[in-house]
Every structure is written in C-alpha cells, then in structure tokens.
Design a protein around this ligand. Structure first.
Ligand code: G3I
Length: 333
C-alpha cells in the first residue's frame, strides 16, 4: 500500500510512533515515513539517558530523532520530563551522598526542564511533562523518590517550569491504566485540582498499553469523556495491544524461558483485530477531543513487551514489517 495510517486519518488526528535510532534507517525508516506523521523518542529524551550527570547533557540521540522529524515534516512529541523511572543516579543525592532537600530537588528539576524544553523548542510541539505519578494501589500518589522528597508539589512545579521554557508547547500529564475506574478517579481529581490552581496543563495522555481484554468500549469512552470534561486535549500516547490477557501483557507469564518463542496464533489475531477495531471506532467518534494517537514501537519485530518474558505481537505491522489484518480493520471506514 502507498496509503498510510496518516493518510486514512488525516481528517482525524496525527498518527505517531515511538522510535529508536534503528527506526531511522533502511526498511524501518521507509515504514515510518509511509505510515506516520508524528514521532516520539522511545527512551532518548528521558532524564537518565539525556542528563546522565549533573553537568552533562547527552543530546546525540534525541537530536538525531528531532532532525529526522524536522527534515521529514513530522510532528514530534517530547517524552518525558519527570518520571520516577529512568532517572539518573545523581538527581537525589548531594556530593556527600546524602539525600537532597525538597528545595534542591526542585531546583534540579527546574534546571533540567528549562534546558531540555528550550533545547527542543523548535521541534517539539507537545511534552509529557509528568509521567505516572498516580499509584496503582489504593493510595493516591505513587510513593516514588520524587514524592518522598518533594511531596506532590513537584507535579505542579514541573508544569510551571515547562511553561516558562516554552509557553507555546502543549503540556501533558501521561499515565497508564487510565481506564481503571479507581485510578482514573484519582487522576481526574489531581488534574482538576491543578487546573483550579491555574497550573498550565493542556492535555492528558492515555498511554494505551492495552490487551485483548482491556479496556472495554464503555470504560474507554468514559475515560475520554471524563478527561475531556476538564477541557483537556486527549492523546493516546503509547498505543499497543498485547496479545495476552491482563494489563500490560505481563501478568500471565509463568515460564518465561519456555514461552520466549510464543507464536502469534489465529485466535490472537482475530481477538486483537476486534480490539483494535473497537479502539479506533471510539477514537474516531471522539475526534473533537483527540489530538494525537501514537503507537509504542513500529512493528512486531521489536516491542518493549518482548522484555516481559514472552514474545508479543502488539502492533499493526508484523515481524516482516507487513500490515497485519488489524491494520486493514482500522483503515476500513
Ligand atoms: O541502554 C541501556 C544499555 O546501555 C544497557 O546495557 C541495557 C541493560 O539493561 O539497558 C539499556 O537500557 C534499557 C532501555 O530500555 C533502552 O533499551 C533499559 O534497561 C530498559 O529498562 C528500557 O526500557 C524502557 C522502559 O520504558 C523503561 O522503563 C523501554 O524501552 C520503553 O519502551 C519503556 O517505555 C515506557 C514509557 O517511557 C512510559 N510508559 C510505559 C512504557 C513501557 O514501559
């Protein structure tokens, strides 16, 4: 096909993909350019990789992706400025190895956010400013090192710093399991409180690490309408549909080694196709609220979900980079 996802969806929303440098050459590059009109760096712009020591920024990979986007007229989302994972070791410690105070931590976050947002100002139109701060259990905020030192204030401050650095950038809160009612309620509560305080936050990223069994159509619609009622843009920022049941595909793995070469069965294929069909029907229905949909990886040849012990097949292109049945399903409307 010469017509790509981005063409089918040109009257709906940009269609993006998370990339690594491997996606910018050869057959991968061709597929990216044929199918997508937006990119996100899968890892390169996270704090650990891009700011490995206090006085050192590693721009190389992020810049190569940003240059690729610019040269090929793709939109680019920035991911992510503040996250509990992939943080550099130096962030929480002073020179004596003691845990830093809240003031020092906020100062470091401010310097980091100003520097990175400013560096990519020309190329990045939307940032995941704060990633995954709401807890999966019954507590409110995730009890991360960031939270232990700075309490919930770091969330608000991160958005303020990002807005100072680039007043034109669209600023997102990004999280997963946003269709689970309890977690969704907590995210909603946090966003509502931040907006009431005038914090510059423009959108919510529903990561979209979904599976054959989740989310249901009604929970997905509920999440979109609830967050949209706050006046926020909605983007699906990390879409994939694991071929295993359960959240993020990881929970059912019993024997990782034995299952390392699990096959993509006809049953997985048909259930995945139905799930993708449902998801895109809903996204088209709410096109007024949805300003972007990004897949988390390019094809089944490489997906972060493989790292969970069992080969997975969560994307629209197969291990040979060919469109799967689900591709035809989401482009048939
Ligand atoms: O680059 C290092 C390499 O130097 C090192 O030798 C090797 C040994 O472990 O690790 C390499 O880093 C890995 C990195 O990916 C790059 O491949 C990390 O171990 C690995 O943990 C990391 O995984 C990434 C994960 O975030 C980190 O939690 C995945 O690629 C990435 O897809 C994933 O993305 C996240 C989003 O940012 C946020 N939402 C959830 C999503 C999936 O977990």
């Amino acid at each position: 096909t010469t017509k790509g996802l981005k063409d089918y969806y040109q009257n709906y929303f940009p269609i993006g993909v998370a990339v690594t440098p491997h996606d910018l050459t050869g057959a991968n590059r061709e597929l990216v350019l044929n199918q997508f009109n937006s990119v996100t760096a899968e890892n390169a712009m996270k704090m650990g990789p891009i700011h490995p020591t206090e006085n050192e920024y590693n721009w190389k990979i992020g810049d190569s992706i940003a240059t690729f986007a610019r040269n090929n007229h793709l939109k680019m989302r920035g991911h992510c400025l503040v996250w509990y994972s992939q943080t550099p070791r130096w962030l929480f410690k002073d020179e004596q190895g003691n845990t830093v105070t809240k003031e020092v931590l906020l100062g470091r976050l401010k310097e980091h956010i100003h520097t990175v947002v400013n560096h990519y100002k020309k190329d990045i139109y939307a940032w995941d400013v704060v990633n995954e701060v709401i807890a999966d259990d019954s507590t409110y905020f995730r009890n991360s090192q960031l939270y232990k030192i700075a309490g919930e204030d770091f969330v608000e401050m991160a958005f303020r710093y990002a807005h100072e650095a680039d007043p034109k950038a669209r600023l997102f809160y990004n999280d997963y399991n946003t269709e689970q009612p309890k977690k969704r309620d907590k995210i909603y509560k946090m966003l509502k409180a931040l907006l009431a305080k005038g914090v510059p936050i423009h959108g919510v990223g529903l990561q979209g690490h979904w599976s054959l069994s989740q989310p249901s159509r009604s929970e997905l619609e509920k999440s979109i309408t609830m967050f949209a009622s706050l006046g926020l843009d909605i983007q699906i920022t990390e879409l994939d549909v694991s071929v295993y049941a359960g959240n993020q595909g990881g929970q059912l793995i019993q024997n990782a080694a034995q299952n390392a070469k699990a096959e993509f069965t006809p049953e997985m294929e048909s259930r995945q196709l139905e799930q993708y069909k449902m998801i895109f029907e809903v996204l088209r229905k709410y096109k007024k609220n949805i300003t972007g949909v990004t897949f988390w990886n390019l094809s089944d040849r490489y997906t972060w979900l493989d790292g969970r012990g069992k080969k997975n097949y969560p994307l629209l292109f197969d291990t040979e980079l060919k469109p799967k049945k689900a591709f035809y399903e989401v482009t048939k409307f």
